[in-house]
Design a protein around this ligand. Structure first.
Ligand code: HEM
Length: 399
């Protein structure tokens, strides 16, 4: 009851950057799904927020009516640059997905398993004998970048710390610091692509981005669009996976029975990964622009209106997921929207699943029993993206 009173203001004054999301995320999302299928925000130009699975799914699939071309950000900072293919509609969007998808299919990412396991094992070995770690910095913020920047968009290893720092500021830093940080990553990737364009082709993702595709008017796409595709892969693939694997380890730290289950019944791991993404959804909500008169539920929308698809709330909708608050590795099917729905469904979903599974397996292999450091709580940053910033763990070490 107290929660309801406190959260009711979000029905008409929704703000994705409200501190309440960082502090009370699960409670607010459950409240919105139960009490407020459609919320409204007056921030910026204003937007309507869909919180339930069926509405979110319908809008995400109907790209003609709900366009991505004005950008995924609800309150974009000044000078914001688009990322592609995220901020495109078909057919140009489909041209990019056709050439990018083969590098991210389940079959294409499977061979990365051995390297990912090796990186994960080595990171954990560094702190296993210490009996404690700050999981985000010591592990989760590192593994996705090691895989992405060594195997998919291979950049010089010496450049990684600066690149990671700028990506972190852009995603979660002060609003004033975000645009400059984005600019630095942009410039870095631009120079990286320029340099690769002078080298013989290697048959990798970078070559495909450099080759480009036809744009919406049937002409070769611009150089800038190629840089914006590289940006999307970079920004899409790091903080998201960091948050999900941190969520998995937090869930395990709090539930001895879950740790035992995953150790004794490894066949439940894929469901555990899906539950992780559903309950620790890193892409909380995305924006779309309405292109035609349309009614969704009881809401009438007109061309030019902005909407937000609340993927995190829709993934906790009891209409499609029984007992949605439970991390249940015995679900027959995990229905959620955490990887998106429709043409923009996550390009990196199979890679993300692989990384999260390996993060769980390798942690349990080296540190089977662990818990939250007493008197600590995980710290989060929340906005359209959500990530864990601090997760302190401890365990017994052998003498
Ligand atoms: C747990 C990890 C991840 C989650 C939960 C996640 C979630 C999402 C979601 C919800 C979307 C759809 C956005 C929309 O509807 O507008 C999306 C798109 C995208 N994701 Fe992911 N993502 C993850 C990891 C990754 C990884 C590892 C990569 C690449 C290395 C990646 C690259 C992309 C790209 C490029 C898009 C744009 C796709 C398009 O517009 O067609 N993501 N992701």
């Amino acid at each position: 009851m107290k929660n309801s009173d406190e959260f009711n203001r979000l029905h008409t004054q929704f703000d994705i950057d409200d501190p309440v999301f960082a502090e009370r995320f699960e409670a607010v999302m459950d409240h919105l799904v139960a009490q407020c299928p459609v919320a409204h925000s007056d921030r910026g130009a204003g937007y309507t927020v869909f919180n339930r699975y069926q509405d979110v799914r319908r809008c995400a699939q109907d790209w003609r009516t709900f366009s991505s071309a004005d950008g995924w950000m609800l309150n974009p900072p000044e000078g914001n640059i688009k990322i592609l293919p995220e901020d495109l509609d078909p057919p140009y969007h489909s041209h990019w997905r056709r050439v990018l998808n083969p590098f991210f299919s389940a079959e294409a990412v499977a061979p990365l398993e051995a390297a990912a396991r090796q990186y994960a094992g080595a990171l954990i070995t560094r702190f296993a004998a210490r009996g404690q770690c700050e999981y985000v910095a010591d592990f989760a913020a590192q593994l996705p970048g090691l895989i992405l920047f060594r195997h998919i968009l291979p950049v010089p290893v010496a450049d990684l710390p600066t690149l990671f720092a700028d990506i972190d500021v852009y995603s979660f830093g002060d609003m004033a610091a975000r645009t400059p940080a984005f600019g630095r990553v942009y410039t870095y990737l631009q120079h990286f692509l320029e340099d690769r364009a002078t080298q013989p082709p290697r048959g990798d993702l970078v070559d495909v981005i450099l080759a480009g595709v036809e744009n919406e008017v049937g002409e070769p796409c611009s150089w800038a669009d190629k840089v914006h595709v590289a940006l999307d892969v970079v920004f899409g693939g790091l903080a998201t996976t960091t948050h999900a694997m941190s969520g998995a380890i937090l869930a395990l730290a709090q539930a001895p029975a879950l740790r035992r289950m995953l150790r004794e019944e490894p066949a439940t791991l894929p469901t555990a990964v899906e539950e992780t993404v559903r309950l620790y959804a890193p892409v909380v909500a995305v924006g779309r622009s309405v292109r035609a008169d349309v009614v969704v539920g009881a809401i009438t929308l007109k061309p030019g209106d902005r909407i937000a698809l609340n993927y995190a709330a829709a993934s906790r909708d009891p209409d499609v997921c029984s007992n949605p608050q439970d991390f249940d590795v015995h679900r027959h099917e995990v229905v959620h929207t955490a990887f998106g729905v429709g043409p923009h469904r996550c390009l990196g979903e199979h890679l993300a699943r692989l990384e999260i599974r390996i993060a769980i397996e390798e942690f349990l292999r080296q540190i089977p029993e662990f818990e939250l450091e007493p008197d600590t709580q995980p710290l989060y940053e929340s906005g359209q993206l959500r990530t864990m910033k601090d997760l302190r763990l401890r365990w017994r070490t052998s003498p």
